[in-house]
Design a protein around this ligand. Structure first.
Ligand SMILES: [Zn+2]
Ligand SMILES: [Zn+2]
Length: 371
């Protein structure tokens, strides 16, 4: 081996060990399986830093996301609400994005440039992500801000539609302004989960107006204090993208290929939520207990959500209640009384923590070969 090659090799070893020592992955990394044809990207596209009313520097948002194993984030500073501006003057509204980008460049985390359009009702708050230049969104007229965001190619979604500050009933009210934005194709998504709150009324709006289903943390303080220390994860949006790139993420968001997740709660269109749940549960083994008609099936949950199921089969369980929880990352054995020995069995379970429409939970089938 030439000296030059040896040098290159040593450099690679050094870089590799440096990359490892520079990892930010924490104890509670999030994991969700891919579904057929798509990679499952874990995203949080609504966050704040000191560049609007958040409490932390943008690099902390990147490190938090890496600790939780997210794939894509956006810092969406309020355009119109800037309480730290006297202390942190920043004439360029893209600075938060640029600082996050700088921190993320040594890692696999994708950063999207975004802003929160922040108006009182009936306009409300909306995030524009995949913008090119946040400065150009500043405008007295909200209509002009939406138009500019769309001209920049942004994906725009309605934030916390059920927020009681703007809707005292705690239910979303779709205003004429928003109806007009939807008609013009300028509003593309809606948060059904924001912070700790899920609104099925927002899900109903998503389905009625063909808006992309979103879940976000809207974090202002620390993810650790608000979520992890309490035994929770932040709300995220799982985006089913053709590949892990910014352009594929954008394409998937416009196509509505998402599931909003907050711990054990999963909300999404049936066409994506069902394959996700199916992929979350792996059948590890299946065979009859000797000299019985009791099929012993071992399930493993390879997601970070606890999954609660209700038996939908014509057969009963031997030693498990009809409703049971398969904890995140754990296994469980079901003993199923099939009354006669079968070659194949359809394991049919309703996912009680998952919603494809208001109060509608999907039934998932797994085809099992018994031997
Ligand atoms: Zn807001
Ligand atoms: Zn916000």
């Amino acid at each position: 081996m030439s000296r030059f090659l040896l040098f290159l090799l040593l450099m690679l070893v050094f870089l590799e060990s440096y990359a490892q020592s520079h990892s930010h992955q924490g104890m509670r990394a999030l994991h969700y399986p891919n579904i057929e044809g798509y990679v499952t990207l874990k995203t949080d596209l609504h966050q704040h830093s000191v560049f609007s009313d958040g409490e932390v520097w943008p690099s902390i948002r990147v490190m938090e996301a890496l600790r939780e194993n997210l794939d894509v984030i956006s810092l969406t500073e309020h355009l119109e609400y800037q309480p730290h501006k006297a202390d942190i003057p920043h004439p360029d509204r893209n600075r938060s994005y640029e600082l996050a980008l700088d921190e993320a460049k040594e890692h696999g985390l994708l950063i999207i440039n975004g802003s929160e359009i922040t108006r009182s009702e009936p306009i409300g708050h909306s995030n524009a992500v995949f913008i090119q230049d946040a400065n150009k969104l500043l405008n007295d007229k909200a209509e002009a801000t939406f138009r500019e965001a769309n001209e920049q190619g942004a994906f725009v979604f309605w934030n916390h539609p059920a927020w009681y500050d703007q809707s005292p009933s705690g239910n979303p009210i779709l205003s004429d302004f928003q109806k007009e934005r939807i008609e013009k194709g300028e509003l593309h998504g809606i948060e059904v989960i924001n912070t700790f709150d899920y609104a099925e009324e927002s899900l109903a709006l998503a389905l009625k107006h063909n808006l992309t289903i979103m879940g976000t943390s809207d974090i202002h303080g620390l993810i650790d204090w608000d979520y992890l220390e309490k035994g929770n994860h932040r709300p995220i949006t799982l985006v089913f993208a053709k590949e892990k790139t910014l352009e594929s993420t954008r394409e998937a968001l416009f196509a509505g290929r998402t599931v909003a997740v907050y711990n054990s709660l999963m909300v999404g269109r049936e066409v994506y939520l069902k394959p996700l749940l199916k992929a979350c549960v792996e059948i590890k083994s299946a065979h009859y207990i000797e000299d019985t008609q009791i099929a012993r099936v071992v399930l493993e949950n390879n997601s970070s959500s606890d999954l609660t199921f209700e038996n939908q089969m014509p057969y009963n369980f031997y030693s498990t209640p009809p409703v049971f929880t398969l904890r995140a990352g754990e296994s469980k054995t079901l003993n199923i009384k099939t009354l006669e020995e079968l070659d194949k069995l359809t394991l049919s379970l309703k996912a009680l923590g998952a919603y494809t429409a208001p109060r509608t939970q999907p039934v998932i089938d797994w085809e099992i070969t018994l031997r």
